[in-house]
Design a protein around this ligand. Structure first.
Ligand code: SAM
Length: 332
């Protein structure tokens, strides 16, 4: 483990430069596999924006370059726009990203753009309004879609749509999602279903591998690999012939990317987690609220990175994972 101005490097020589922050575990959707209906944390148990900013500043001093805001649904937390503005002023932080379900996007896009956010990840598991409602418990597909269209009109340079691939749920739509990239500059990314939290409990028959997803969209033409860029993260990227957008495949189970994992996570309740799929966490909220010094917090950040496991141990088709935490709290 060493730290220098530009890098936090862990025991397995991975540079840790990416912090994902769940700013709330509250969500305005209740996806079957993700958010429990009664799971909301009391506001005082959440880190305050001030506390998050303090952790981010210290993490950036140690080498974090990129922060992603997630949740729960980050856009439901009051004051998120001024918070992003303040985050954008953290010296040395080169990228801020947001992952959203898109429900509130349409009305917030101008503010988000003004706050300095350029790249959007929008989660969308179905293009069919009725099915969207079955999966999420809310009839707001049209709202989400208007948000996506407006983001395209406003020229956001990166708009990624994240689709969790689920056998028997949305597998008949993969080809429709892929087809969207032909005319629109969208990055459609298929994510393998992970046995995490609610999704671990008997839902694993829904798992479908990247290889199978690729077979299903093969009728659209040969997938042309795009040279991997830092921007793509763990996705393997392709284009359909002549397409405006791209296709990405994120395969945490069938082809895991632990060897190159550069992530650290801060949960909505102020716990640091070095692996999404391993339950070990380090509490920061307690120390923060009992007068810990910056040096103490730095030590905890470094300790978490030292303890980052070499890889997760989940396997394809596993019925219950070693990760029992809820995605909404950890931040997907
Ligand atoms: N509310 C925001 C959103 O919808 O993007 C951010 C939080 S949500 C937990 C982040 C992402 O995690 C979503 O794309 C969601 O579909 C994904 N996710 C949740 N549970 C998952 C699972 N078991 N396997 C794969 N992806 C999952």
């Amino acid at each position: 483990m060493h730290t220098d101005k530009n890098a936090l490097t862990d025991t397995f020589n991975r540079s840790i430069n990416y912090l994902r922050v769940s700013i709330t575990d509250h969500c305005n959707l209740h996806c079957q596999y993700c958010t429990p209906r009664d799971g909301k944390t009391k506001h005082t148990n959440l880190l305050s924006y001030e506390e998050i900013l303090r952790i981010v500043r210290l993490a950036v001093e140690l080498g974090i370059k990129k922060v992603r805001l997630t949740g729960g649904e980050p856009l439901v937390r009051r004051g998120v726009i001024p918070f992003i503005q303040r985050l954008a002023q953290v010296d040395g932080l080169s990228e801020i990203r947001l992952t959203t379900n898109g429900v509130l996007l349409e009305g917030m896009l101008h503010d988000l753009q003004r706050a300095g956010l350029e790249k959007l990840n929008i989660s969308l598991d179905s293009l069919r309004p009725r099915r969207f409602e079955e999966i999420t418990g809310s009839a707001c597909f049209a709202k989400v879609w208007r948000g996506i269209e407006k983001a395209l009109e406003m020229g956001f340079p990166v708009i990624k749509l994240n689709v969790v691939a689920m056998r028997g749920v949305n597998d008949d739509e993969f080809i429709d999602f892929a087809r969207l990239t032909i005319k629109q500059p969208l990055d459609i990314r298929f994510i393998e279903f992970m046995p995490v939290g609610l999704a671990g409990a008997g839902q694993q028959a829904k798992f479908i591998s990247t290889a199978d997803i690729m077979t299903m969209i093969a009728p659209l033409g040969e997938l042309q690999p795009i040279k991997s860029q830092r921007l793509h993260g763990p996705a393997r990227m392709f284009k359909l012939p002549g397409a405006a957008g791209s296709l990405g495949f994120i395969s945490p189970l069938s082809n895991h990317f632990c060897d190159t994992c550069n992530r650290l996570r801060l949960t909505s309740q102020g716990r640091l987690r070095s692996c999404l799929l391993t339950d070990r966490e380090e509490d920061l909220k307690g120390p923060l609220r009992s007068g810990a010094s910056d040096e103490d917090i730095r030590r905890l950040l470094i300790q978490t990175i030292i303890n980052k496991p070499k890889g997760h141990t989940l396997t394809q088709g596993q019925k219950t994972g070693s990760c029992h935490g809820e995605m909404s709290r950890i931040g997907g």
